[in-house]
Write a protein that binds this ligand. Structure first.
Ligand code: GTQ
Ligand code: FE2
Length: 334
């Protein structure tokens, strides 16, 4: 670099300018995909047990063990799969998490226990095993437990995306302006939905999706190009994704019919709801059983094989958000 050029660069820098021809960020080869991660329930369960013994007020208020990567991008990285942050929440009999709301969307999938309830904008959502409960962006929510055994569920939130967008906000209760909700009974007949006065919310008016309902539909869903059957936890008013930045599906695979490998730029967190099998994700093979959780970070080809007659997997992903942004890539191979 000549003296003159060095001086020029200094002048540009002082004026908040930077020469693009010296930048490498946009032209680097794509980084290697993050490896898939696996949290086996057998391994997890005793560790959750130890977290249930912690008695500090902070833990009692929010008893969650986050499912984090051993290779964080930076000190604040608590992501499970790039845009998604998952954790296991435990609620002991008599415990409660006080009402609050945040800009982040969250969903919960119940793994163990009975007698817990999540109130979403005041609407009571009983938490039975296999139920999916939504607490969409800026809805007031609180958890209570009147049962006799600990309740445990998978939490998935779109926190990393909100951090990136500078859109993190949190408000503790007391609840001041909870909107009026529509009872789930209004949505309980297939193919009939209530006519609503000006729907403003970008999320489903239904917050609780019982497992048996999802499985009933899944049994009869058509086989897709990738060889799986899938049902979407939908916003009944639109048929689309129930929340704006996270989508949830229940997927079924049959023995002897492994799914075809899918390569995509979307990120997923899976939870095994029934059956046993394995998934090949990038170069990794993950052997799974019920309640196991695993991540499928973007750009890893992924194929599922059932060892039991039928296997069912919950898939939470950013796929629908990427699709609506017009940037989803997805390729199914043989
Ligand atoms: O249950 O409200 O895992 O606010 C992280 C943040 C759960 C919750 C999490 C939350 C919650
Ligand atoms: Fe919350």
């Amino acid at each position: 670099m000549t003296q003159d050029y060095a001086e020029l660069r200094q002048a540009w820098k002082a004026a908040n300018l930077s020469p693009l021809w010296e930048s490498t960020t946009a032209h680097k080869p794509p980084p290697r995909p993050d490896p898939a991660l696996h949290w086996g329930w057998d391994h997890l369960r005793p560790l959750l047990e130890s977290a249930m013994k912690v008695t500090s007020p902070e833990a009692v208020e929010r008893r969650v063990l986050l499912l984090v990567t051993p290779h964080p991008r930076d000190a604040d990285d608590e992501a499970t799969a790039r845009t998604l942050a998952a954790g296991i929440q435990m609620l002991l009999p008599g415990e409660r998490a006080r009402p609050h709301r945040h800009t982040m969307n969250a969903l919960r999938f119940v793994l163990e226990g009975s007698g817990a309830t999540t109130l979403v904008d005041g609407k009571a959502c009983p938490m039975d095993v296999g139920d999916l409960i939504l607490t969409p962006a800026w809805t007031w929510h609180e958890h209570q437990h009147t049962g006799t055994e600990p309740t445990m569920w998978l939490d998935v939130l779109d926190v990393p995306l909100h951090l990136w967008l500078g859109n993190v906000a949190f408000q503790p209760g007391p609840i001041n302006d909870a909107p009026v909700t529509t009872p789930d009974a209004a949505f309980s007949a297939a193919n009939v939905v209530p006519v609503m006065q000006a729907v403003g919310a970008p999320h489903s008016p239904v917050f609780r999706y019982p497992y048996a309902d999802a499985v009933r539909a899944l049994r009869h869903a058509p086989v897709l190009d990738d060889g799986t059957r899938q049902v979407r936890y939908a916003n009944p008013l639109t048929g689309g994704s129930a929340m704006c930045l996270m989508d949830a599906l229940l997927m079924q695979i049959e023995k002897g019919r492994p799914s075809r490998p899918v390569l995509t730029n979307s990120n997923s967190v899976f939870c095994v709801t029934e059956g046993e099998g394995e998934s090949q994700i990038g170069g990794k093979t993950i052997r799974w059983r019920p309640k196991d959780i695993f991540s499928v970070p973007q750009h890893n080809p992924c194929r599922h094989t059932a060892f039991s007659e039928t296997a069912r997997l919950l898939r939470v992903s950013d796929r629908d958000a990427l699709n609506r942004l017009g940037i989803l890539k997805e390729k199914i191979s043989e």
